[in-house]
Design a protein. Sequence first.
Length: 78
Amino acid sequence: MYTTIQKWGNSQGIRLPKVILEMANLSENDTVELKVENGNVIIAPAKKHISLKERIAEYEGDYQAHEWDTGSSVGKEV
């Protein structure tokens, strides 16, 4: 599928056909990341940052705290 780069205000833009958005599982107002690799422009969904509340909800309680040896003290840290 082909499209044309067009002037959009002070920038340039392209229109993404609905079928392309559906194939990429993207929709209006989704945040995307733009990258250039080997001269190709790549549009990828932005990684969703989850909140602390969401992280805690995923916690399964299997963490066991323990101490570890970082070596002898050196310098003014003693």
